[in-house]
Design a protein around this ligand. Sequence first.
Ligand code: ZN
Length: 87
Amino acid sequence: MLESIVEGRKMELYAERRTSEMHYCTFCEKICYKKKPVKALGNRWICIDCLRQLKEVLDSLKQWEEELTLEEEMKKQLGEGLGLQEL
Ligand SMILES: [Zn+2]
């Protein structure tokens, strides 16, 4: 009887530990256990795969912004050239 209580408690502790090691990636919605690295993102989690992808995006952010600025400039110039600056 006592043994089964002890066993039950062990299982509970195991489940608790398991849950605390378990994180749900906000981006790919995968459940990640301890073997998969996850980072806290506020009160959410992001796995290493998504973090790498995010880093790639962030690395290209400066270039992207430059492209967008250039595009805006071109639109403006085109508009001015056509006398559409009023629009
Ligand atoms: Zn992920």
